[in-house]
Design a protein. Sequence first.
Length: 371
Amino acid sequence: MKKALGIVSIIGARPQFIKAAAVSQAIIKHNKNSPNCKIAEKIVHTGQHYDENMSQIFFDELHIPRPAVNLEVGSGPHGRQTGVMLDRIENLLLKEMPDWVVVYGDTNSTLAGALAAVKLHVRVAHVEAGLRSLNRRMPEETNRVVADHLSTLLFCPTDTATRNLAKEGITAGVHQVGDVMYDSILFNAKLSERSSTIMQQLTLTKKSFYLATVHRAENTNNLERLGRILSAFGQMDRPVILPMHPRTRNILGDRLAKISVNVRVIEPVSYLDMLMLEKNARLILTDSGGVQKEAYWFSVPCVTLRDETEWVELVEAGWNRVAGADSSKILATVAEAEKSTVMKPADNAVQLYGDGHSAEKIAAILSQVGR
């Protein structure tokens, strides 16, 4: 029998776990349907997210195959963290020498995986390629740009992403497959309805609260920005549920006790619990790219706590509003979103983000391109 196509998938942060789960499930399905053209995937967890609620629970809930290796890199400054990842990934790839390395999104794990692979002449496939915020102060922007320019296969989620690559002269190996997170939502939203009890645990009723997430370095590493965001939360007319990222909690330190009682700080929640909170929120405030899209798929208004977003099509369609970190602007944007009649069910989700079969397309393309 023909030797299986060898793939090493590099993941390290919770959004990547979600994307990788969809692709891994598609690979399993592909292998069942194409026994003579199998893909042998080995998942490598860098350990970038290592907290139980930020990592292990995702593997348990999403039925992701256990990582063959956990590099246990942990947190640290960008340069040191990326350097340690690069060293450990390189050593692993020297032993494995796969046909492809698959990287996801825009984290330091993405950058290190792509760099380690190309140095060893292993081809790179980048899932969620072509996103641009045009803000080079964001470490995520640098990571995604470098990963794209190192990749042989670039799997784009949207028209905008494909055009971004073309502007940079990247046209070979580009495939617009849609968004694998949409695949995940379609599968896991129903599962969350059956298994999540987070609404009952927090004694919440539908559409009675706002949901917020704040984790980007541009917000958490700047106490002035973070303070303005939290001040806005404290002045809102509805309670704000804030699952707090461990890094944000550490940065706040003693200041955490001074947050308004209107802001209900909770531990990070599982993916299925997060879907339930998103679906039932009246409005979502976030600096997360993934949560912006999930809000759209659940037809929930979204206010983005950044100065720009890579998901520009959501802003153009009126589904997302960019408010930055100014308290008064955040409050005004929330009030505008509350009154808006533009928000309608996301009927055009297919046009924006594919048909829910993105992961299957990725598996098929990898198989076709082969070695």
